[in-house]
Write a protein that binds this ligand. Structure first.
Ligand code: NAD
Length: 178
């Protein structure tokens, strides 16, 4: 089994910065990248402005994103134009997509050459995670959560023929299936 030592998160908005914070909380270094802001000057700080702002927002968030503010130092920053080469040796790369629908899932499958039969979408939202992933030909794992935002509620569709849908009460239950 690969031991995860280096992680990358692409997209440093609300979700991306907090996922990076969770990696830091787990003691893992994380490289966090985002687009170069429109109109940015040539300095590194300006070109990495969105990522720096994302980390600052995560530091101030309540409930806290970081177990301790000092953990933010575990996150390295960059941007897609200057730093994409730095993701090559990562063990785990997470791309945060702006929206999630069938076309987005299909594009992710195409872009990364994913093999549909061994690709699983895991999530708590029937509307954004499970139904569009099934529609895009992926397997799905639904982890229902009582606090799921009302706009994400939807009837969970059955898996089409040849695809699988697992429903588990807790993430840890996945060990019983994989
Ligand atoms: N915010 C939440 O509470 C929440 C909860 C669950 C799921 N999500 C999901 O997370 C995803 C991101 O949501 P968010 O709240 O972090 O959004 P956000 O707007 O805070 O962040 C989106 C990030 O994507 C970057 N971006 C914009 N255009 C881009 C492009 N063309 N190429 C690459 N990057 C680009 C932006 O710079 C920004 O940093 C969405 O799919 C959303 O449904 C969000």
């Amino acid at each position: 089994m690969t031991r995860i030592q280096k992680t990358v998160v692409l997209g440093a908005g609300t979700m991306g910065a907090r996922i990076a914070a969770h990696f830091a909380n787990a003691g893992l270094p994380c490289l966090l990248l985002d687009i170069v802001p429109k109109g940015a000057g040539g300095s590194t700080a300006e070109r990495n402005g969105l990522v720096l702002a994302g980390i600052e927002a995560a530091k101030k968030s309540k409930p806290a994103a970081f177990f301790t503010p000092a953990l933010a130092a575990k996150i390295s920053v960059g941007n897609f134009d200057d730093d994409l080469g730095r993701i090559a040796d990562a063990d785990w790369i997470i791309e945060v997509v702006a929206e999630k629908d069938k076309t987005v899932y299909q594009n992710v499958v195409e872009k990364y050459g994913l093999i549909r039969d061994i690709t699983w979408m895991i999530g708590n939202s029937p509307k954004s995670d499970i139904n569009p992933a099934l529609a895009a030909g992926l397997h799905a794992i639904f982890v229902p959560h009582g606090d799921t935002w009302i706009l994400e509620h939807e009837e969970v569709n059955p898996a089409p023929a040849g695809q699988k849908l697992l429903i588990v009460g807790r993430f840890a239950e996945l060990r019983e299936h994989f």
